[in-house]
Design a binder for this molecule. Structure first.
Ligand code: RIB
Length: 365
């Protein structure tokens, strides 16, 4: 026989035990004490059901879970965090989450962390040291368990201090350098810049332009170094030239503005490499708006190989970064450090890959 009231109640065992009603709707949030009372167990047993269910007898565990479901009990993160000192939250601070590169990186990290019960708090620093500083303070106040960050600028002292105070930290898309108390996950951007420029010089182009972002952004500075390395190689057997346009940002809008500047150069470059695919998209639009044909008049190469690169017309040749893998590897390092003893800080570096498509006209020259 099952006795069941029609308020928010708990099906009782009915053998002389009156099911007690907890009218959640009137009283608001149910406490863990109320769950324990309704399930006729101790507070510790409810806590074990939530945090270490294997130690609770199946019948008792089922009864507690039935009360939790019937009352709509939700664990207080703040209370939980105070008790166990872990928030099961990871902070992520990237340069620009609107950039599909970083969106894919976050996706990789989220997949790994969500599988282990963590949630993310994601912020864009927009390459502003002030915003980064503000977000790091917020994340520290939330006592996040870990931090994935693409740092702004070169000074990593604040990030290193956070790590020393116990927030597991992994540098994303930024090498840790001499900071051996941190992990880092990067892609070899010097090699990536070299691949893009060498591809265009290798096609016979002698006047190549490089539409770059601010070289205060380490990724842009490294891509520049790689392009100059390719230029030195190309000049061994022909009068190759590289003109760099340093834009104030790395967006589609900056790429469109660069297109106008490219066509004002004398002589006009016959090939353009861009520091990322958003710039390349803007360059393609700017050239097309001015009747310039790609690749017939000007070959174009991007960087990142984000999801839209293969869908453009012409499809975009780009230097592929393993975006998802970058985020997943950073998350694995974070979990290894946060959860397991004996973690060794290390730097993981992925290799970029040139993906040749129609926009560079490979084989046409
Ligand atoms: O945010 C600037 C660029 O650096 C991104 O497009 C990506 O390439 C990162 O590595």
């Amino acid at each position: 026989m099952t006795c069941k009231s029609y308020a928010t109640s708990v099906p009782g065992d009915c053998q002389g035990t009156q099911a007690r009603q907890v009218n959640v709707k009137e009283r608001g949030r149910v406490t863990i004490s109320e769950v324990a009372r309704l399930a006729r167990v101790s507070l510790g047993t409810v806590s074990n059901v939530l945090n270490n269910p294997a130690v609770v007898a199946p019948a008792t565990r089922a009864r507690v879970l039935e009360v939790i479901n019937a009352t709509g009990f939700v664990r207080s993160t703040a209370a939980h965090q105070l008790r166990v000192g872990r928030s099961r939250t990871v902070g992520v601070v990237l340069l620009d989450i609107a950039n599909p590169f970083f969106a894919e990186v976050v996706k990789g990290a989220e997949q790994v962390l969500a599988d282990r019960g963590y949630v993310l708090m994601v912020f864009s620093s927009e390459d502003s040291a002030e915003r980064e500083h503000r977000y790091l303070r917020v994340l520290e106040e939330h006592r996040v368990d870990g931090l994935l960050i693409t740092p702004v600028g070169r000074d990593l002292e604040r990030i290193s201090t956070l790590a020393r105070r116990g927030t597991s930290t992994v540098l994303l898309d930024r090498d840790r350098g001499q900071l051996l108390d941190l992990c880092s996950v990067t892609v070899d951007d010097v090699r990536g810049g070299e691949l893009a420029a060498a591809h265009l010089f290798g096609l016979g182009h002698e006047r190549v332009a490089f539409v770059n972002g601010p070289t205060s952004i380490r990724q842009c500075a490294d891509r520049q170094r790689g392009a100059l390395r390719a230029l030195r190689m190309a000049r061994r057997d022909r009068p190759a030239g590289l003109t760099e346009l340093v834009m104030a940002g790395l967006t589609v809008d900056h790429g469109e503005r660069a297109a106008a500047q490219l066509l004002a150069l004398e002589p006009t470059p016959t090939a353009v490499m861009c520091a990322n695919d958003l710039l390349a998209l803007g360059v393609l639009k700017g050239l097309s708006d001015r009747g310039v044909r790609v690749p017939d008049d000007v070959a174009v190469v991007g960087y990142d190989d984000v999801s839209f690169a293969s869908m453009l017309s012409p499809s975009l040749t780009s230097v592929r970064q393993p975006k998802y893998e970058l985020g997943a590897a950073a998350a694995e390092l974070l979990l290894e450090e946060a959860l397991g003893p004996g973690h060794e800080h290390r730097a993981i570096r992925f290799e970029p890959e040139l993906v040749v498509r129609a926009s560079s006209g490979a084989g046409r020259r």
